[in-house]
Design a protein around this ligand. Structure first.
Ligand SMILES: [Zn+2]
Length: 417
């Protein structure tokens, strides 16, 4: 418990348990966006928003929003929240902790009789996780005006995304970029082990890493595995293995400093993949994530050079690395970071700044408003797994930080206008 705090850990625990109970029974915890389970979770959240004194509504993009009007609606809104959808067999905390904490902040303000000058909005973004339609962050991209129009024609089981958004209460063609949100804050579990290892309470997120995916194809030659002399082979696999080790070495070097960098050969296909044939072809896909764009550019440069050197050495031809997708990193707003640092200090939360290696709704909200997020620790960094766990005390302390930050922002945003 936090002394003299209006944040109630017991309410947070009750809410998380209530949402955890809304799962596909034989697959805990599964509540994928657009499924009947998801709508059941939403109905529960709508009720909880109303209990917290908010007016609930679904926006055109399909986000569920609880609105607590401020004293001066002309000032615009402060928005807090995250997402209630899960991956298949996911955890009870990813996204959910952020929605529940946003609800608790609204309740804590109401319990104290505090009405903000800005309107407070508690949001449950639609489909943050990769959905049954194969795309993610559908709600936050809608709200920020960055949802590609062609997405609406995507289908799953004969149903279009357009129809699915309508079914959750949205108006797919009416989405418009919001311009009245003055700040957005999200709490999320870290999904990594750093806070636990360093015995810290809160991570103040400096940036959401950019993600670049790079495809490399190695073209060897299929030959008899028994009769082809070792000196006369064009083995695609062994060349690919050199490349994979090179990716690891490069990523280790780039991650040795203070900023976040990670790269993974996550997809790897070998053909013909037969015991008695020298491997003819390998396709691999690298997922690289960087807090700083400069690091990503260095990685791509050095990868190109390294791949050419390996091809030269092994005599097996390698196509030049091809960039399949490339997203820039999203820095969080520096003013909000200062507010969050101060809120951590006043709440007595041991904190550090850190980047997010995972994508989040915050990255899309940052396109239209000042946006930032905090992490709370999760057990052994486990996430997207039924083993995902975060303690109620850690989440409640994060809620306290968010509450202090919202109250501070309510004043500060007016001073800077
Ligand atoms: Zn999440």
């Amino acid at each position: 418990m936090i002394p003299n705090s209006p944040i109630r850990a017991d309410r947070i625990a009750t809410d998380i348990d209530a949402l955890a109970a809304i799962t596909e029974p034989d697959r805990p915890w599964t509540r994928r966006a657009f499924t009947p389970m998801f709508l059941e979770g939403r109905a529960w959240l709508e009720h909880a928003m109303q209990q917290a004194g908010a007016v609930s509504q679904i926006d055109a993009a399909g986000n569920l929003i609880g609105v607590v009007p401020g004293r001066n609606p002309a000032l615009g809104s402060i928005m807090i929240g995250s997402h209630s959808d899960t991956v298949p067999d996911g955890g009870r905390f990813d996204g959910i902790a952020g929605v529940v904490v946003a609800l608790e902040v609204a309740r804590a303000l109401r319990d104290q009789g505090v009405v903000l000058d800005h309107t407070l909005e508690v949001v449950d973004f639609l489909a943050e996780e990769v959905s049954i339609f194969g795309v993610s962050c559908i709600g936050s991209r809608g709200m920020s005006g960055t949802r590609p129009p062609e997405w609406l024609a995507r289908t799953h089981d004969g149903v279009t995304l357009e129809r699915a958004i309508t079914k959750v209460g949205g108006v797919p063609h009416a989405v418009a970029q919001r311009d009245d949100i003055k700040a957005f804050l999200e709490l999320h579990i870290e999904q990594g082990p750093v806070l636990q290892n360093e015995q810290l309470d809160v991570g103040v997120v400096t940036a959401i890493a950019g993600i670049t995916r790079i495809e490399i194809v190695v073209e060897g030659r299929a030959d008899h595995a028994g009769t082809t002399p070792m000196s006369a082979r064009k083995d695609a696999l062994t060349t690919a293995a050199w490349i994979a080790l090179g990716v690891e070495e490069l990523a280790k070097a780039l991650s040795a400093g203070d900023t976040h960098f990670a790269a993974t050969v996550g997809e790897f296909e070998m053909t013909p993949n037969a015991a008695n044939v020298v491997p003819a072809r390998v396709r691999m896909l690298i997922d690289a994530r960087a807090e700083l764009r400069d690091d990503m550019e260095r990685f791509i440069d050095e990868l190109e050079r390294g791949v050419a050197a390996i091809a030269e050495k092994t005599g097996v031809s390698v196509q030049a690395p091809r960039i399949v997708s490339d997203n820039q990193p999203t820095p969080c707003d520096p003013d909000l970071l200062a507010v969050l640092d101060a809120a951590c200090d006043s709440a007595g939360a041991r904190h550090r700044r850190m980047a997010s290696g995972a994508g989040h709704d915050t990255a899309w909200m940052a396109r239209i408003t000042k946006a930032a997020m905090i992490f709370v620790p999760c057990l052994d960094g486990r996430s997207h797994s039924p083993d995902e766990f975060a303690t109620t005390d850690d989440i409640a302390l994060g809620a306290q930080v968010l509450l202090d930050a919202v109250v501070a922002l309510d004043k500060q945003l007016q001073e800077t206008e």
